[in-house]
Design a protein around this ligand. Structure first.
Ligand code: ZN
Length: 135
């Protein structure tokens, strides 16, 4: 898989903070309920912190009480890439930025949330940057 934005591991290390690098480039997970966007209701667009690609909108963000920002749909279906993840003895679906391949979080389905898609994109705050809407 090649991405529109390709950088060496050294470049990513230099550009990202150690905590950002750990999540985005090492598929880490930030602690629950600590991320800066967990309960954010500000209107705007959430972009990839690694490459700036627009990934999610505040209009698809919902309160899942799971401890991470949760969205029921990406901004555009092509903005994210979904990959089967069999790490940690579970089968999950990893969510990556389709432009730079950075890890964002996981998507879960059929949990019974009252959302239009019944999907929960469980995304690390540190993988995102909120661009508040004008006005
Ligand atoms: Zn990206």
């Amino acid at each position: 898989m090649t991405y529109e934005v390709e950088k060496t591991d050294e470049q990513w290390r230099a550009e990202l903070s150690p905590a950002e690098y750990q999540v985005l480039r090492r598929a880490g997970t930030e602690p629950a309920f600590r991320g800066e966007y967990t309960d954010t209701k500000t209107a705007g667009v959430y972009s990839c912190r690694a490459c700036g690609s627009e990934l999610f909108r505040s209009t698809e963000k919902f309160e899942s009480h799971c401890g991470w920002p949760s969205f029921y749909d990406p901004k555009d279906s092509t903005a994210v890439e979904l990959i089967e993840d069999r790490s940690h003895g579970m089968v999950r679906t990893e969510v990556r930025c389709a432009r730079c391949g950075s890890h964002l979080g996981h998507v879960f389905e059929g949990e019974g949330y009252a959302t239009p898609t019944d999907q929960r994109y469980c995304i690390n705050s540190i993988a995102l940057r909120l661009e508040p809407a004008e006005g």
